[in-house]
Design a protein around this ligand. Structure first.
Ligand SMILES: C[S@@+](CC[C@H](N)C(=O)[O-])C[C@H]1O[C@@H](n2cnc3c(N)ncnc32)[C@H](O)[C@@H]1O
Length: 343
């Protein structure tokens, strides 16, 4: 259902291609004021023990150990960076919101953190490189203006990561025609806010905008006695979503990321779910596409029908090839390695 909106929305006009087929210009991004109220954000979104455990499980699955260097390209007040700094990792992050960056710096003051104002499409060089983990949850990537922005971001991260690394990405997989019923998705408070005052928060989904396929979110922040926070702030924003085939193209175009695991982001235990059509809000465990890395870690991702067909025809082609080769050459006995790789 499409709700006509009485509120201004940080919409995705730039996401629409021009009728002349030109690619859209790099979109101008407008940060939401909600993210500038770092104390209110932290009061509601400090990760629970359960989510931290779920994230640690994904990290261990990909890297087999905890990471030495972590980047959050949309770090907000640094809640996730703080989690990894406590493990002793070198942490770095950027955010469009100056106030959020200031809060992150204060939170991470005792660690070797580097935090700066910056755009996830081109994180500031001084954040460093050779990160073993990138963490970017809650569909923050959906705040970008268009598909090209998402490709730029994923390519920029690929360039800043070490050879063996993982990227934990929160995003939305929605197909054309998917419907989200308008409803309240989060409601909590009033709760005490560190630094003074109380706040309550309500997040509503207004459904999918048919023209852009963005999910429209309306956020209500009600507060009392929170410094620099008006009693009521209502904001609307549109979050990018892409269908499964578009995600696969984006992951390829941005230098090659493979999906090692796909989890349901709506359940804090992050149960595994298929990386497939209309999966909805998910957390993807991505690794750089490389034969070497993936051979050792078979993907837990369920294949789509088209993937299966492609794999089947490839197998047939390889088998036929092998048959014709075996006619001309005597067959070598299988080595130990080849046999164990099959298991
Ligand atoms: C849902 S919050 C995530 C905060 C953070 N990852 C944490 O640990 O809680 C989304 C953040 O993305 C930031 N953001 C939105 N667009 C951005 C961009 N293009 N570059 C960097 N940060 C951006 C917002 O300002 C906001 O702080």
């Amino acid at each position: 259902m499409h709700y006509p909106s009485p509120l201004p929305t940080f919409n995705k006009i730039a996401a629409l291609r021009s009728p002349f087929g030109n690619p859209p210009p790099k979109s101008r991004l407008k940060p939401m004021t909600f993210y500038s109220r770092a104390s209110v954000y932290s009061a509601f979104f400090t990760p629970s023990e359960q989510v931290k455990n779920s994230i640690d499980r994904l990290v261990r699955f990909a890297l087999k150990r905890l990471p030495n260097a972590v980047i959050d390209p949309c770090c907000g007040p640094g809640l996730w960076l703080d989690h990894f700094a406590l493990y002793g990792a070198r942490v770095a992050g950027c955010d469009l919101q100056e106030a959020a960056v200031a809060a992150a710096k204060a939170r991470l003051s005792v660690s070797r953190a580097v935090v700066a104002v910056g755009d996830m499409r081109e994180p500031p060089p001084r954040l460093g490189s050779n990160f073993e983990l990138c963490i970017n949850l809650d569909n923050s990537i959906g705040h970008l203006g268009c598909r090209e922005d998402v490709v730029s971001h994923l390519a920029a991260m690929r360039a800043r990561m070490s050879k063996k690394c993982a990227y934990i990405l929160g995003c939305a997989i929605r197909e054309k025609g998917d419907v989200i019923v308008p409803q309240t998705v989060f409601e909590r408070g009033p709760i005490e806010v560190t630094g003074g005052g109380f706040a309550a928060l309500r997040t509503e989904t207004m459904g999918i905008e048919p023209a852009t396929r963005c999910e429209r979110i309306r956020q209500w922040t009600m507060s009392a006695h929170v410094p620099d926070c008006p009693p009521l702030v209502i904001e609307q924003y549109d979050l990018l979503t892409f269908g499964i085939d578009e995600w696969k193209e984006i992951l390829t175009e941005s230098g090659g990321w493979d999906v090692l695991q796909c989890c349901d982001a709506t359940d804090e235990s992050y149960p595994i779910k298929p990386f497939t059509r209309g999966a909805g809000d998910v957390v993807l465990l991505l690794v750089p596409r490389s034969k070497e890395f993936n051979r050792k870690r078979p993907s837990m991702v369920e294949r789509t029908d088209s993937d299966r067909r492609a794999a089947k025809s490839k197998t047939h082609a390889t088998a036929a090839n092998a048959q014709s080769k075996s006619k001309s050459k005597p067959k070598a006995p299988p080595t130990r390695n080849r046999a164990s790789r099959k298991r």
